[in-house]
Design a protein around this ligand. Structure first.
Ligand code: SF4
Length: 322
């Protein structure tokens, strides 16, 4: 049975700037299944956020434009549906949480009003039932003394509590898909763990599909079913969490792991990936990772590597395996 709820096919999102065309997303494809958490991982500037924003057609235009591909939600192409239809899907069926809750909350309205506003907008409830639902959701995401705290303003909430509020607002319409763009990046380690627990529970209890975006492979260890490693707007490697954690193949994936502390393996010195993310206006020929890759061969600067299936769902785009 095909339980794919969202399918991204050959997506290309470019930004047309004075300096040139930035190929932020350059032909990526993947599917998201019912009830799974799929993690998009890579350094800043590799196209993760542009991919997420493209799914909901939230790319600022100009300068950005989706120039190719399809985004199929239960087979319906979101790139070609009407604005009215897209509004029905956004928030109701697919919700998004952003990295910095600080900038997503309005400082002059109470927390309760802001969560209830989403509910009124999407479920068309009156004020009282919307506030009751807001209270229920705030309790669900673990905000203590939620009834009292609904009357507070954003500045009275810590960063972790604000992110819980954003999750509550995103859940207001029971979306089928939750896109979370670096939702734990601004949080300290213990709060990060608590927020990840909430995502884990959402997946298990609500059978929600989660597209989780992060630059930190360590973060996804506990929640990912599958992982896509992105580099330079393209997919470098993809597979189940077990594939990526136990048998990483792409030199870039290895590089990301080397950036993580590993106390059990006795590695407490981190090894950064040499060099910088390439310009996406004038990317390197062939494999876009080749200027930073210690395994590069002559073919690497001549031909773009094709995706090679290694086993099951594990594939890699690297000439070492072709
Ligand atoms: Fe390195 Fe070549 Fe593989 Fe690119 S294709 S990751 S340059 S070995």
């Amino acid at each position: 049975m095909n339980n794919t709820v969202l399918e991204v096919k050959h997506l290309k999102t470019y930004f047309f700037t004075r300096s040139g065309v930035v190929k932020a997303v350059d032909g990526i494809s993947f599917g998201l299944r019912k009830g799974e958490s799929l993690c998009l991982v890579g350094e800043s500037g590799c196209g993760k956020t542009a991919t997420a924003l493209s799914i909901l057609r939230l790319i600022d235009s100009p300068p950005g434009r989706i120039i190719g591909g399809e985004i199929l939600y239960h087979g319906e192409d979101l790139l070609r549906c009407s604005s009215e239809r897209l509004r029905q899907i956004r928030g109701n069926r697919i919700a998004m949480i952003f990295q910095d809750p600080q900038t997503s909350l309005n400082p002059v309205f109470t927390i309760g009003d802001q969560v209830a506003e989403q509910i009124k907008l999407h479920l068309r409830l009156k004020h009282k039932p919307a506030m009751e639902r807001a209270l229920y959701l705030m309790e669900q995401v673990g905000i203590p003394q939620a009834r009292e705290r609904m009357k507070d303003y954003p500045h009275q909430f810590s960063g972790g509590m604000k992110q819980r509020v954003m999750i509550a607002a995103a859940l207001s319409c029971e979306p089928e898909i939750l896109i979370a763009d670096e939702p734990t990046t601004a949080l300290d380690t213990t709060i990060k763990a608590q927020i990840l627990d909430i995502f884990r529970d959402l997946k298990q209890e609500r059978n929600m599909s989660i597209l989780f975006i992060t630059h930190d492979l360590g973060t996804v260890a506990g929640i990912a079913d599958r992982i896509i490693v992105m580099y330079g707007g393209r997919v470098a490697e993809a597979g189940t969490a077990l594939d990526i954690f136990d048998q990483p193949k792409h030199p870039y994936t290895h590089g990301l792991f080397n950036c993580l502390p590993n106390i059990s393996a006795g590695r407490n010195r981190l090894t950064p990936i040499p060099g910088m993310i390439p310009s996406l206006i004038d990317p390197p020929e062939g494999c876009i990772f080749n200027p930073r890759c210690e395994h590069r061969m002559p073919i690497c600067s001549e031909e773009r590597p094709k995706e090679v299936v290694l086993s099951g769902e594990h594939f890699v785009a690297c000439h070492l395996y072709s």
